[in-house]
Ligand binder design. Sequence first.
Ligand code: PPS
Length: 287
Amino acid sequence: MEPYMDYHGLPLPSIAHSQDSLKYFENFQVKDDDVFAITYPKSGTTWMQEILPLILNGGDLTPVKTIPNWDRVPWLEETRAAQVMDNLSSPRLMVSHMPYNLMPASFFSSKAKVIYVARNPKDVMVSSYFFHQMASFLDDPGTFDEFMDKFLAGQVLFGKWTEHVKSWKEADLGDRILHITYDEMVQDLKGAVKRFSDFLGCEMSEETLQKVASHCSFNSMKTNSMSNYSMVPQEVMDTNKSAFLRKGISGDWKNHFTPEQESKFSTAIMKELGGSHIKFPWDAEPL
Ligand code: PPS
C-alpha cells in the first residue's frame, strides 16, 4: 500500500483514509449542535479528544478511561468515523485535520461550533519529525534538514501549515468559532478549559475545572492507555523510537533548530503569512 493518498492535492495517510471514508466525510450531515476541534496534525488533537468529553459530561472520567480517543472523538475524515458515529450521543464531538474550504457542504449551512487549535509551526515540525520516525505507516523523514524542506513545501500530511491556518483564521464563522493556541493551553490549561466550557455553554464549578485540567495534564494523559496510543502494536508505532505523547511542551524547537534553520524557516513562514493580518503569540518571540 502506498503510504499516502491524494485528496485535493493534500497527502493523507492511507492507513486511516480511503475513498469511502472521504465520500462519507463529504456527504456527512452536520447537526447544529455538533462540536468540532480542528487542528493541523501535531497541534493538540489528542489533547482535545481528552478535554472536550470531560467538559460536556461534567468531569466524569468514565469515557476517557474506557474508550480509545479515536472512537471517543473520531476524525470525521477517517475510516473509523462511519463505524462509530452512530454510537455518539448529541452533542457529537469530532476532530478533523481538514482545511476550511474542504469541510463537508452541510457544515457551512449548520450552526456547528468549532474550536481551532494552532501550534507554533516550529514545534509542529519537530513533533511531526519524531512522529515520522516512530510511525511505520509514514515515510522516513530523512534528516532534519530534509524534513524541514518537505514541511515548508507542504509535502507532508495535510499539506502546508500556512494554508491550513490561513483557511481557518479567515473563515467567516462569526461566534461559531473559537481560536486558541496549543501554546496558550500549555501555559494555562485550566484557563483554556474555562474558555472552552464558556464557548460551549457548559457551566463548570471551580472544582470540576480543576479536576479536568489535572486529568488532562501531559503527565496524566501519558499514563492513560485510552489516549497514549499504547494499544497500537509496536510494529505500527514504535515507542522505542519516540513516544506519541513525546514532550508536550512549547518551544522544543529551540533544542533542534540551528540559527540558520530558524532563519530559513521563519522567513518562509512569514512570507506566506505576510499579506494576512494573522498574528500568533509566538510571533513576538526573540529569534
Ligand atoms: S496527531 O497525530 O495529529 O493526532 O497529533 P496531535 O495529538 O495533534 O499532537 C501530538 C502532540 O500533542 C502533544 N500532547 C500534549 N501536550 C501537552 N499536554 C497534553 N496533555 C498533551 N497531549 C498530547 C503530544 O505530546 C505531541 O507533541 P510533542 O511535541 O511531540 O510532545
